[in-house]
Ligand binder design. Structure first.
Ligand code: HAM
Length: 423
């Protein structure tokens, strides 16, 4: 028997209310803050991600689904959305629009990660990007969008952590201080971290190993090394964020797993969980568009991991509304009644009444059971007598009451406020 590939899942009908709920809330929050939807391909030129996410990152080094297609093009399934949205911004002349250009997307992303709870190889994100504006007010707005998304879903007990990792001017000083600090601990840090020491020292701060975390606690703090411009930016961001009333903390060890970030970075986590619990995160990436061939253009964005949102919705007992059920189930007894029921179900659908019909000429009992399982509000029963009289029996499943209506008034009766006064 085949199974879905490791690290992927089927979203079954019973899972769909969660996804519909997240889609609806993401769309509402995005339009409240003036974000427009964009959808980009699920695969891109592999080098787009290498250049943006960065060569020394886990994503590019270990997790890309990169392949050559039959024409010899080097492509990769997208591990994230930011690079693709920046590519589309440049490709479609969006630098000529009034800035910032605010875009959002939702969809599947792919990372060859070690699957575990909350970590998958195909996962989904709600992702927002605001391009072409360096104002720290925009940083606060993007963080607010992220927060309002989780809030609109009813999630509680979340922690928002913010940091500034500086820019090309001040980060080298921080990097040097970090290297100097860690040089004294090379024998104590984990194997991965020894690699990070050479390739990507900022990531040393992000290690989840207990001993590395202990060492990290004494490491230099990013914010002690900010240049005057970065310090002013960070201070304005904090003031603007405070004005929104959103609770946040400053975590001077927060760095992110992608190389394009500068200045503001942030993450949102549930308070209860440990290690790989980040519900979402983002930050500023003022050098990325230029790196991709555009003019120097600032940008900032975030992504929420939707599988992790579902885990937290379930954990917090938040059950989205069930999806709509059929209003009517057409049950019949005998061939002439089947033909009448078939015409009736077609009429109902034409006027927008969600209706299903029993197949296979099964017993009335079996059809009623089926209607019950589907959660139909009404069962329309047509037998020999109803065919003769041009009528249909309408059973209200909730009230267990029955009325008889003329066949040609069925659509009207079911489309309206209900049958026989029963809603
Ligand atoms: P990221 O931190 O790599 O950022 O991913 C954002 C969120 O996606 C994570 O916080 C997590 O909830 C979810 N996520 C990531 N990997 C997995 C996985 N393997 N399985 C399940 N969920 C996962 C980015 O992707 C950036 N592009 C965000 C951004 C947008 N920064 C600026 N703009």
């Amino acid at each position: 028997m085949y199974q879905a590939p490791r690290g992927t899942s089927d979203f079954l009908p019973e899972d769909q209310p969660y996804w519909e709920f997240m889609r609806a809330k993401a769309g509402e929050v995005a339009s409240l803050y003036g974000y427009q939807r964009i959808d980009t391909p699920v695969f891109e030129d592999a080098s787009l991600f290498v250049r943006s996410v960065g060569e020394g990152t886990d994503i590019v080094e270990k997790e890309m689904y990169a392949f050559k297609d039959k024409g010899g093009e080097s492509l990769s399934l997208r591990p994230e959305a930011t690079a693709s949205i920046c590519r589309a911004y440049l490709e479609h002349g969006m630098p000529n629009l009034p800035q910032p250009v605010k875009l959002y997307t939702m969809g599947p992303f792919f990372r060859y990660d070690r699957p575990q709870a909350g970590r998958y190889r195909q996962f989904h994100q709600f992702n927002c990007e605001a391009l072409g504006e360096a104002d720290p007010l925009l940083d606060a707005e993007v963080i607010e969008v992220a927060w309002r998304f989780y809030e609109s879903l009813g999630l509680k007990d979340l922690s928002l952590q913010v940091n500034s990792i500086g820019c090309a001017v001040c980060r080298p000083r921080f990097r040097a201080a970090l290297l100097q600090y860690y040089a004294g601990y090379l024998d104590s840090i984990c194997k991965e971290c020894r690699g990070r020491f050479d390739r990507n020292p900022l990531r040393l701060l992000d290690c989840k190993e207990r001993e590395c975390q202990r060492i990290g606690a004494g490491a230099p703090r990013t914010t002690d090394y900010l240049c005057a411009d970065c310090a002013a930016h960070f201070s304005q961001l904090r003031a603007s964020l405070e004005a929104t009333g959103i609770p946040f903390g400053i975590d001077n060890r927060l760095v992110r797993g992608l190389d394009y970030y500068n200045r503001t970075v942030f993450e949102i986590q549930p308070r209860v969980e440990g290690a790989q619990a980040s519900l979402g995160g983002g930050g500023r990436y003022d050098g990325l568009i230029e790196e991709l061939g555009g003019k120097p253009t600032p940008g900032i964005g975030f992504a929420a991991g939707l599988e992790r949102v579902v885990i937290n919705l379930k954990r917090q007992g938040i059950a989205p509304d069930a999806l709509p059920k059929p209003r009517a189930y057409l049950a019949y007894i005998g061939a002439p009644a089947r033909d009448a029921a078939w015409r009736a179900v077609s009429e109902l659908r034409k006027v927008g009444v969600a209706a299903v019909i029993g197949f296979g000429g099964r017993s009335l009992k079996s059809q009623l059971r089926h209607a019950n399982t589907l959660g139909a509000a009404y069962v329309v029963i047509i037998g020999e007598r109803e065919v003769e009289r041009g009528e249909a029996v309408v059973r209200d499943m909730a009230g267990a009451t029955q009325t008889t209506v003329p066949a040609d008034e069925l659509a009207q009766a079911l489309a309206g406020q209900g049958v026989g006064g029963q809603g």
